[in-house]
Design a protein around this ligand. Structure first.
Ligand SMILES: [Zn+2]
Length: 673
């Protein structure tokens, strides 16, 4: 399976893999014929109209709307849910089955797909301490005589008798294109002890992936559905959510959307939250939350931070970060269209609920003392999760098939915005030691690059470590390098054109590459494609250099009977050459510094079109050192240790090479959230 990706890397194959609908990684590797998918890989030109918000669409097509009621028993950690799903067949084909995700069953026992996959370098725990599950009690389509269809549904995920997260429900009659149905649903669930993203810790509850959710239907009429995998996130259609949450009246609740009303009855409280134009809904309930509220800088977004006592400074930082981020991301990627944004800082011990994104609700995290360490960990996790409101929330890519389109682009947005806020010290500021997020992401991005392509489905990554380093860090390093080489504003504009044009849509890699081709140029787009799909890499190095005092050429010039004057010595009076190499398939133009003995530094541009090139040298004194890419613009450069060379007589020290600093940055790699 892996071998297939290694030898056939490219957009078409990965796109085909993305369309596979089976849960196992072996099935994911089976591509459809290239000819069948080629037309979908050529996006229409986007155009400069999408460089600002005017052309941006205001609303998505409403496909899947959920009006639900959830009653939580925080003592037993159980939830009863009921309500109705309004679903529209927005495809071109009649549909005679629905696919329903029951994510909570991923925590049902040790044999589910979610539990079978080892954590192996990514977040999460290998064993659940209290199992969770969901049981559907009713699934009745009003337009089909109101018959409960659940007894006729498959019992397990396709091809996986141990998994119950990806369920096919045959319909008695087809739903024609453009037609809508209303499904009455009811279910019971037991929340797991807090594990990856969801569950309870004592009285704290975080309720995500908690209701029967219809898989996304593609325009050609096939559902993109998949069993819940440890490394995979989600993919859904847009719609309106109207959710009433019923809890004991001691509970503080935070949820997706705006609070539309509260009804108190003996000892309980019902809160109704409504949000249009989103594709998921999550909530939290705990009687221990403190609350900090505020407004975005433009006054349009009500901000609310829920946090445990003792985390007051973190809450302030999260509020400041979100204010900054709504402005920064809004300008770069299109305005935030919702009226609320809720931050949830889980209590100590509940870190598994932290660092996650849902529409209009993000979870942060960190120990109480982290704001006082000089490391921007709280800011970083906050800005990262906020960035997801664009990269998955508003641009709803398939997180299972192409996780780099959300986590990768968002990691770039995270580092770019943190650098704008804390130039040079976006990760850490310890006295005079400053470290950027770009430097932090470098080592993993490079070390893991040969292991797998960045652009592949989540379950195709062999380990959580590969997934984290390639999807998050390498994508960010690729985009950061393109920004350093072709201009930060240009790359930001390309991504902004992509996020505005495809707001409330479900683009794939072809749409991203198309916009890079338009905005940054064909060469940059091809570099991006090769870096994402082909495991392409680059290492710049100074192979050798020499210079010598120019002497007048010797010999006979012109007619030997009447020799011409001897030509003058080359200007300089020192001359020589420098042999530079570019190893690997990626190519970026780079700057090269030529250090002369008298202290003069010449700077030349090397286009690096050939894998090796001799640059001529002329100077007033001896050439004593050569440095490629002195500002480390090429974040993907495999080995910075060979970027500089000096001769034995040079007094130039490590400051020129900055290797010591990068070593320190590498050591700090583990600090990131
Ligand atoms: Zn993320």
């Amino acid at each position: 399976m892996r071998r297939l990706f290694e030898i056939t890397a490219g957009l078409g194959i990965a796109w085909a893999a993305a369309r596979a609908t089976q849960p196992s990684s072996a099935a994911l590797a089976a591509p459809e014929p290239l000819a069948a998918i080629a037309p979908t890989t050529i996006p229409a030109p986007v155009g400069a109209a999408y460089d600002d918000d005017a052309a941006m669409t205001g609303h998505p097509e409403a496909v899947a709307g959920y009006t639900l009621r959830a009653s939580l028993d925080p003592a037993k950690h159980t939830l009863h849910g009921e309500g109705r799903i309004l679903w529209k067949n927005a495809s071109r084909a009649a549909v005679s089955e629905l696919w329903v995700h029951l994510y909570l069953n991923g925590f049902k026992n040790d044999k589910t797909l979610f539990q079978r996959v080892p954590v192996d370098g990514f977040r999460g725990t290998d064993s659940v301490t209290g199992f969770g599950h969901i049981t559907v009690k009713r699934f009745a389509v009003r337009e089909m005589e109101g018959q409960d269809l659940w007894p006729g549904a498959d019992k397990t995920s396709p091809g996986d008798p141990d998994d119950e997260t990806d369920i096919r429900v045959p319909l008695p009659r087809a739903v024609e294109p453009g037609a809508s149905i209303t499904v009455d649903v009811a279910w019971d669930e037991q929340l797991p002890a807090l594990t990856f993203r969801t569950g309870f810790l004592d009285g704290f509850h975080f309720v995500g992936q908690w209701f029967p959710k219809i898989a996304r239907l593609e325009p050609d009429g096939h559902f993109t559905h998949f069993a819940f995998h440890h490394l995979s996130e989600f993919y859904s259609d847009f719609g309106a959510y109207d959710v009433t949450i019923d809890t004991p009246d001691t509970m503080v609740v935070g949820a997706t959307g705006r609070l539309e009303g509260e009804v108190r009855t003996s000892g309980r409280i019902e809160r109704r939250y409504v949000q249009e134009d989103v594709h998921d809904f999550a909530f939290t309930a705990w009687d221990g939350f403190r609350e900090l509220t505020g407004k975005s800088d433009d006054g349009k977004v009500a901000l609310r931070c829920l946090y445990p006592a003792g985390h007051e400074r973190s809450a302030e930082i999260e509020m400041e970060t979100v204010r900054f981020g709504l402005g920064y991301f809004g300008k770069a990627y299109g305005r935030y269209p919702y009226e609320t944004l809720t931050m949830v800082h889980p209590p100590e011990g509940a870190t598994e609920a932290g660092g996650m994104e849902y529409p209009t609700l993000i979870t942060t995290g960190g120990a109480w003392y982290e704001p006082f360490t000089g490391a921007h960990t709280v800011d970083t996790v906050t800005i990262h999760e906020l960035g997801h409101e664009w990269f998955y929330g508003l641009v709803a890519t398939d997180e299972h098939a192409f996780p780099f389109l959300d986590e990768g682009l968002n990691s770039y947005a995270e580092a770019d915005s943190m650098e704008a806020r804390f130039p040079g010290s976006s990760a850490v500021k310890w006295g005079s030691t400053e470290v950027s997020l770009w430097a932090i992401g470098r080592p993993g991005s490079i070390e893991r690059a040969p292991n797998a392509p960045v652009a592949q489905p989540s379950p195709s990554f062999a380990t959580g470590g590969d997934y984290g380093s390639l999807v998050y860090q390498r994508t960010a390093s690729i985009l950061g390098t393109l920004a350093n080489v072709y201009g930060e504003a240009t790359v930001r504009r390309a991504i902004g054109r992509y996020t505005r044009r495809y707001r409330f849509e479900h683009p794939g890699p072809a749409e991203l590459l198309g916009v890079f081709d338009e905005v940054v140029g064909h060469e940059a787009a091809e570099t991006l494609r090769a870096a994402l799909f082909d495991r392409a890499s680059v290492d710049y190095l100074v192979a050798s250099f020499e210079s010598e005092l120019s002497e007048a050429p010797r010999g006979i010039f012109g007619d030997p009977a009447h020799p011409s004057p001897t030509p003058a010595a080359a200007p300089g009076p020192w001359s020589g050459d420098v042999l530079l190499r570019r190893r690997g398939a990626l190519r970026f133009p780079v700057d090269v510094e030529l250090h002369e003995e008298d202290g003069t530094i010449q700077r030349v541009r090397w286009e690096a079109r050939a894998p090796a090139e001799r640059l001529p040298y002329t100077g007033k004194s001896r050439l004593v050192a050569v440095v490629i890419d002195p500002e480390h613009r090429i974040l993907l450069d495999e080995n910075l240790g060979n970027n500089a060379k000096r001769d034995g007589k040079s007094t130039l020290g490590g400051a020129v090479l900055e290797r010591a600093l990068y070593g320190a940055e590498a050591a700090l790699w583990g600090l990131q959230p």
